[in-house]
Each structure stands twice: as structure tokens, then as C-alpha cells.
Design a protein around this ligand. Structure first.
Ligand code: BGC
Length: 712
């Protein structure tokens, strides 16, 4: 889909003809950490960008990473990509995009550096919290609507990081060996959808190399695939310091160079590029092509003056408003995942609760100001403790004990200056202190349990672990939480275990816990949503957008391929990422892809799968058979048949979220373009091919299949 019109290209061409080489060069490299140079004599403003993707980042100095520390750049903290994916609700992705686009424009920016849509290959990737899913269809559906929402406001979204930025370790230099099949089927489709279906106006070249070629020098990715195959007509921008050589990046479709240091004139696309043009090593046409893309997008965003010098009307946007906080809450509510609820332990009977014990440092934490470039200067972020107290009201005595020690993460203001180096985590263990905290928590839990009063544990991760520039080294809970949970369950078997985190953790005690609730870094109101699920004010409807394996050793990126190495990693697991592997190889998992419980129950009937013109239509009837209104996610998986190649037994092809009152039945229809439903990248032919048929599975998770049919 193209957003750039003929009028945009005409104006871009006309302006380009007026520009000097110096002016052109100024428009394609940074003149500030988040902006390019404008051309005042022609009314061309600087291009202003900002992170992304969970809200608009705080205002920094033009040439240093130190914030301005003013009071006018507080914004809505929107739920992370993983939370958004967990809703399985594209309408909420659109609402998120609308809020973010308006806030971006409201803050006077032109480009928001999101969505982050890399596929989660390993649970250890430090930026998984920003990313959406291990599955390309779920990622694509959410990304498309998010981009459409952002771009309503005369703001460009920026799909990042193109491509396969699946690990943080050695992220600037690691070379990733990936088959064409895995690229085409897993790592590229969300970008393709953002370009072809949503008309995303910018794409960020990743730091890493793919098959030996740096992404920001990669003619195959940036020209052949992005421009020629997908008809991308927006502009590309390097990740900050993703350009490492002038000629090699200048000659491919990398349009704008951004970086982390303030020596803007020395950037590869600054004086060195000018000199390369003068020496005839880079043609001025290459420079023109880049400036043309920038001008086209600027005009599409109504940034350029008309021929008579007047400025077109541009949307104004607004930020830090109550309605976007409401959007953040709406999304958070559908993102909480009820992983386990034996004996109907949840929801708490709020009318009968007189006191509640809350244990765990994440109850008393906020997370917005961390994680790397996705940090947010949030207007506010409620902690779970605040949200629980506020939900339960003054008649309930809430007691809090931390149970373990976790320093509140405070991100170093200028961490990004050093972000090009690998960093190591710190371990703040102190045996005596930790032992005292644990004993105190166990003693309180015993007393509450004996009295029949509820206990909620709020643990998980924080941005010391879910963090740009660093991968986790294992999948276990930090700060001794596993031992603490075991000890607590010994004395309080009905303890409700909840988490705030950005990536899966091992849960060796999971069989002993009756109720487990998962929440992500889910925005200003994320804790409200968690509290509402616990009290039953909200019926949970989040479903896992990624598998929670039993242990890290089960994960194919680690057991088959390599992950987290410096220099070179092999994606030997190929397309067998996440559930594609666990299902095909029948590997037990802790919680499977798509899993999520509700306080009501749903029945599925009447599956009908047929071809209608160029689509495959999957239809079934879903009935709410419980006693509460609730939403479920109808998931359609296909096992392609007759390909003659090794294929996953199940691949998500479509889904729909449906809201039903008790007793209500509804026919759910999922239409999938036939090329997507039956398409696969043939290893033999090294191109797209179409399967003749498929086994179709419909259910509430990849393992909770309710209906099956054959498509011949
Ligand atoms: C990140 C990008 C981000 C950029 C600007 C880089 O470190 O990888 O996602 O947009 O910085 O802050």
C-alpha cells in the first residue's frame, strides 16, 4: 500500500532540484541526536524523530543524552509490544497507535521509532519486552493496526529493527546465519505487512549483519526486498550507529544515518559522504535518491510548504491526556494472562476479604523509566500495591512485605552513550539480608494462610533483566524468587502467584501453585488491570504470544542453533522457532503458545473450512457456557499438506477475539488470503509455493484444540 501520492513525489522532485549538495547531505544525517538538518531558505524543516515504541521519550539535549529535565514532556506510558500482542486484539493495537501518534505529534515530532517487531527467537533476548511475539502472523496483525493508528496523526511510524535483530549480545557486530526460508517465513513477514498493508513510512535498518552483510549495507534487504519486492516508498533510517562505512551504506537503500555521538559533521553520511561524492566514489544520484525519499515522507506528513510558500494544515496532536491513559488501561486489561486457576481460587471474593498480604518487590515497583531507548517519562505509573489498595478500598487491610531484595532500577541518564558496548548485569546479593527478608515473608504468609486470608505474590523481572544492550544469561527468576516461592507455597498453598515481566521465566514450582497470573510491562495503568483481574472486576482475556518453555535447554535457538554468542550465530533451528518446534517435536512446555484462561468457559462447534474466491474461510460457532461475560481468542492453525518438505505440524494462520455474554453463541469467521493460508517457502525451489491442502485446527491455544477439519 502506498501512502506517498503523486503530488508528494512531484513536490519532492521540485525541491530536490533546488538543493545544493551541502543541503542534501544535511538532510540525510543527524544534526542532533534525534533530528536532521532542515533547509530554511526552502522552508524544509528538520526531521524530528523520537523513541518509541511505548510512548514518546523524554526531551534530551540536542547533542547529549542528558534529559532537559523539564515538566512538559511527561507522556502516557503505553503497554509494551509483548502486552499488546498478548491481547490478540488488533483494534487495541490500532488504539495504541492512535494514542502514540497523537502524542508524538503533540510533542512536535515527525517520526516515532516503533513498532519494534522482531521475532522472539529466544526467551533471553533483552529487548523481548518491546517485541511482540514468536509468531509472524500475530506480530504482523498487531503491527499493521498499530502503524495505521500512528500514521493517522501526520506522523510516520518506523518499523524496527530490519531485520532479525534477535539478540542484544554483540548487537553491532554479530553476523546471523539464517536460511532464506526462515527469513521469508518468520523474520520478514511482519515488516512486509507493515509496508504492504499499512504503508509504514519508515523502516529502521538493524545493527546486526544478516548472512555476512551488515543490515545498513544490505542491498538485498534494503533494495531488492524492501523497495523492489514490497514497493516501499518511505525512507529508511539506520539504527543509531548502524552505519559503519560511507560508500557501502551510501550505495544501497539506506537513506538517513543516525548515531549516538555528537560529532555530527563526522558521521559517515556527513563530510565523508561529501568527500566521496567529490572523489566520484559515490554518485550524487545516490544522495538524491535518499533526499527524495525523505522529502516524499515529509510532504506526506504535511511538513513542506506549498508552491506559494504557504504551509499545509498539519494535525496538531496532543499528549498526556486522560483519554490516552484510558487507552493504556483498555489495552492492559486485555493483556493480563491467567495462566492457571485451580479450584477457582481466583477471582478473590472482594466482599469477604478483610485483609490481604502482598509479597514481592515488583508489587512496590514501577518500570517505565528503564529498559533502554524504550524508557518513558511517564505521567504516572501505578504500582501493583497502589492498584490493589485502591481497588480493595479502606475496609481491607493490605500488608506488604518485600520477601526479596531488588533495587529499584534507575537508568543512568546517559546510558546510551555507552550503549555500543556489551554490558554486564550486577548481582546485589547479600545472604544475611535476603535470608531475613525471606523469613519475614514466610512467617507472615503462614499466619495469613492459617487464618484463611489471601496472599498475593508479585514477582518477576525488571529492566535490570529486560533491557536493551544485554541479554539474560538464563531463564530463571532473579533475586532468589524460586526458593522464596517454594518456601511460601510450603506454608501457604493457596498463595496466588503473579508476575510483572517482559519475557518468560522457568517456574519449577508451577505444579504446586494453584493460581498464576502473568502481566507484562503494561503501561501507566498496567497495575490497575492486574488488580482488576485479581478482584474479578475484569475477566482475563490475554493469551500468551510466546511459548513458556520448561527450561532454557528446551528452546531450539539454544539446543539446535546458537544464541548470544559474539561474532556469529547460527539459526540452525530454521523455521522451528517457538511453538513450531515444540509442537512438531512434541516437547513438553510450561505454558503453550496461545494459552490463556478466563473466569468463564467457551464451547466450540460447527467448524467449516472452505475456499471462497482467493481466501480460505474458517468459520465456527463459539458459545459462552459459563456465568460471566468474557472474551476469548479463536485461533486457527494450519498443518500444510502435500508439500513434500518438512513442515511444522501447526502454524497460526488467523485469529479473532470475541466477546460473549453468558449463554450467547456467535459464528466467528476468519478469512485468510489463500496465498497466506497455504503459502510456504519451498526449500527445494527456493521460492514461495502453495500447498494443496491443510489440516485445520481451531482452539484456544496451540495445545487446546477444540475442532479439526481438512482443507483439500
Ligand atoms: C535502539 C533503537 C532506538 C535508537 C534511538 C538504539 O539504541 O536500538 O531502537 O530507536 O537507539 O534511541
Amino acid at each position: 500500500m502506498t501512502v506517498i501520492t503523486e503530488a508528494n513525489t512531484a513536490k519532492a522532485r521540485a525541491l530536490l532540484a533546488e538543493l545544493t549538495l551541502d543541503e542534501k547531505i544535511g538532510m540525510i544525517h543527524a544534526a542532533g541526536l534525534f533530528r536532521t538538518e532542515g533547509v530554511p531558505r526552502l522552508g524544509i524543516p528538520p526531521f524530528r524523530m523520537d523513541d518509541g515504541p511505548m510512548g514518546v521519550r523524554a526531551e534530551l539535549h540536542n547533542d547529549s543524552w542528558v534529559p532537559l529535565y523539564n515538566t512538559r514532556d511527561y507522556v502516557t506510558y503505553l503497554p509494551s509490544g509483548s502486552a499488546l500482542a498478548s491481547t490478540w486484539n488488533p483494534d487495541l493495537a490500532y488504539a495504541t497507535g492512535v494514542a502514540l501518534g497523537e502524542e508524538t505529534r503533540g510533542r512536535g515530532k515527525d517520526v516515532i521509532l516503533g513498532p519494534s517487531i522482531n521475532i522472539k527467537r529466544s526467551p533471553l533476548c533483552g529487548r523481548n519486552f518491546e517485541y511482540m511475539s514468536e509468531d509472524p502472523v500475530l506480530t504482523a496483525e498487531q503491527a499493521v493496526r498499530y502503524v495505521e493508528g500512528v500514521q493517522e496523526s501526520d506522523v510516520a511510524a518506523c518499523a524496527k529493527h530490519f531485520a532479525a535483530n534477535s539478540q542484544e549480545t554483540d548487537r553491532l557486530y554479530v553476523d546471523e546465519a539464517i536460511s532464506n526460508r526462515a527469513l521469508r517465513e518468520l523474520y520478514l513477514p511482519a515488516f512486509e505487512a507493515a509496508v504492504k498493508r499499512a504503508g509504514v513510512l519508515s523502516v529502521m535498518g538493524a545493527y546486526n549483519l544478516v548472512n555476512g552483510v551488515r543490515c545498513c549495507e544490505n542491498g538485498w534487504l534494503l533494495d531488492d526486498v524492501l523497495r523492489d519486492e514490497w514497493d516501499f516508498d518511505g525512507f529508511t533510517v539506520s539504527d543509531w550507529s548502524g552505519v559503519k562505512r560511507t560508500k557501502e551504506s551510501a550505495e544501497v537503500g539506506l537513506d538517513v544515518e543516525m548515531s549516538v555521538t555528537p560529532d555530527f559533521d563526522d558521521y559517515y553520511f556527513a563530510n565523508p559522504l561529501k568527500e566521496a561524492v567529490a572523489r566520484g566514489e559515490v554518485s550524487e544520484q545516490d544522495v538524491d535518491r535518499k533526499v527524495f525519499h525523505v522529502l516524499c515522507v515529509m510532504d506526506a506528513l504535511h511538513m513542506l510548504p506549498d508552491g506559494d510558500g504557504t504551509r499545509p494544515v498539519r494535525k496538531a496532536g496532543r499528549y498526556a491526556t486522560l483519554d490516552y491513559l484510558q487507552t493504556a488501561l483498555d489495552v492492559a486489561r486485555e493483556s493480563v494472562v491467567l495462566l492457571k486457576n485451580d479450584d477457582g481460587l481466583l477471582p478473590l471474593d472482594a466482599d469477604r476479604v478483610t485483609r490481604l498480604l502482598v509479597i514481592g518487590a515488583n508489587a512496590d515497583r514501577v518500570h517505565s523509566n528503564g529498559g533502554g531507548s524504550a524508557e518513558i517519562k511517564a505521567l504516572y505509573e501505578k504500582s501493583p500495591l497502589l492498584a490493589l489498595c485502591s481497588q480493595l478500598g479502606g475496609n481491607v487491610k493490605v500488608e506488604y512485605v518485600p520477601g526479596y531484595h531488588a533495587e529499584q532500577v534507575v537508568q543512568d541518564v546517559s546510558w546510551q552513550e555507552g550503549s555500543l558496548e556489551n554490558s554486564a548485569g550486577s548481582d546485589d546479593a547479600d545472604e544475611a539480608r535476603d535470608c531475613t527478608l525471606r523469613e519475614e515473608a514466610v512467617a507472615r504468609a503462614r499466619a495469613y494462610s492459617e487464618a484463611g486470608d489471601p496472599i498475593v505474590f508479585v514477582g518477576g523481572l525488571d529492566h535490570e533483566h529486560d533491557l536493551e544492550g544485554r541479554d539474560r544469561t538464563d531463564m530463571t527468576l532473579p533475586y532468589g524468587q524460586d526458593a522464596l516461592i517454594e518456601a511460601l507455597l510450603d506454608v501457604a498453598p493457596n498463595m496466588i502467584v503473579t508476575f510483572v515481566a517482559g519475557s518468560p521465566v522457568e517456574m519449577p514450582w508451577a505444579d504446586r501453585a494453584k493460581a498464576i497470573v502473568w502481566s507484562w510491562y503494561s503501561g501507566s495503568e498496567g497495575a490497575t488491570a492486574l488488580a482488576e483481574v485479581l478482584t474479578g472486576a475484569v475477566n482475563p482475556s490475554g493469551h500468551l504470544p510466546e511459548t513458556f518453555p520448561m527450561t532454557l535447554d528446551d528452546c531450539p535457538a539454544h539446543s539446535i542453533g546458537t544464541f548470544g554468542h559474539e561474532g556469529h550465530v547460527e539459526y540452525t533451528e530454521d523455521i522451528y522457532v517457538g511453538y513450531r518446534y515444540y509442537e512438531t517435536k512434541d516437547v513438553p512446555v510450561r505454558f503453550c503458545f496461545g494459552h490463556g484462561l478466563s473466569y468463564t468457559t467457551f464451547e466450540y462447534a460447527d467448524l467449516d473450512v472452505r475456499r471462497v474466491d482467493d481466501t480460505v474461510r474458517v468459520a465456527c460457532t463459539v458459545t459462552n457456557t459459563g456465568s460471566r461475560e468474557g472474551k476469548t481468542v479463536v485461533q486457527a492453525y494450519f498443518g500444510l499438506e502435500g508439500t513434500g518438505e518438512d513442515r511444522p505440524v501447526k502454524e497460526l494462520k488467523g485469529f479473532a477475539k470475541v466477546d460473549l455474554v453468558p449463554g450467547e453463541s456467535r459464528q466467528v469467521i476468519i478469512d485468510i488470503p489463500e496465498a497466506k493460508a497455504l503459502g510456504y517457502w519451498s526449500v527445494g525451489a527456493d521460492k514461495w509455493a502453495t500447498a494443496w491442502g491443510a489440516a485445520v485446527y481451531v482452539g484456544e491455544s496451540v495445545r487446546d484444540i477444540r475442532l479439526t477439519a481438512d482443507l483439500d
